[in-house]
Design a protein around this ligand. Sequence first.
Ligand code: PAF
Length: 282
Amino acid sequence: MELLQTRAALREWRRSVQTRLGFVPTMGALHEGHLSLVRRSLAENDRTVVSIFVNPRQFGANEDYHRYPRTLETDQRLLESLGVSVLFAPPEEEIYSSEDEALISMTRLSRLWCGTYRIGHFDGVTLVLTKLFHLVEPARAYFGEKDFQQLRIVEKMVEELFFPIQLVRVPTVREPDGLAMSSRNAYLSSRGRAQAVALYKTLQYIQTLLPKYRLVSDLLREAQQYLSERFPEVKLEYLAVVDEYSLEPMVHIGQTGSPRALIAAYVEGVRLIDNMPLHVPD
Ligand code: PAF
């Protein structure tokens, strides 16, 4: 595996390979969730490029950019053992210049849900991915369903900006108790870790309510009560049932569209997200 750290080196390597590439963009601190994306890409493409770049533009002023886990050497060893061709791990100045004025924004999808709490977050994601897609020129790019809103935004961006890239959705990888894998789980104490399963449990609870309740407002009321009684230390940011294509809130289960429950909550000050498609009983 080659470790490349400049745009010039990546471009040179890219020119030397004619095959179709799979691409897995990450911010490092790799866990099984990332590795499932990498394995899928390795299985479906001749060569796979992984990027590791903790993107400053997608962190708000009071967020965890500086303490975000950076584990390049371990990540590098893992990717090498899997058979990745190139790890692109540029320093910040290779991606952003001090005069960088570009803005890529999916105006509606990026303003919903996480976008209302993390102002500018998704604009940072779409900007860095635009740059990375241009540099890597992949045929396929792999994204986890764990960040479902991000996935939808990137799908929309690829469609609207005519990127010749096929996006591949990869299911969320969970710990044995159901907690979705995330680099931020590492911030939790063992007490917090026990509470963090609340997100998954609440989503599951919504599914169990479905035969009984069809109005989304009823579902959300019951689920919020469940969460606050069972997991009093978890601070809910939002809980919603949306149409998974438009991400607009649904009013009742059974209306046109595919329902998906989304949740964001704080555990010990750590912001966690999760989501689950809801199966509508006949
Ligand atoms: O999901 C992530 O890790 C990041 O948002 C991404 C897609 C690598 C862009 O920085």
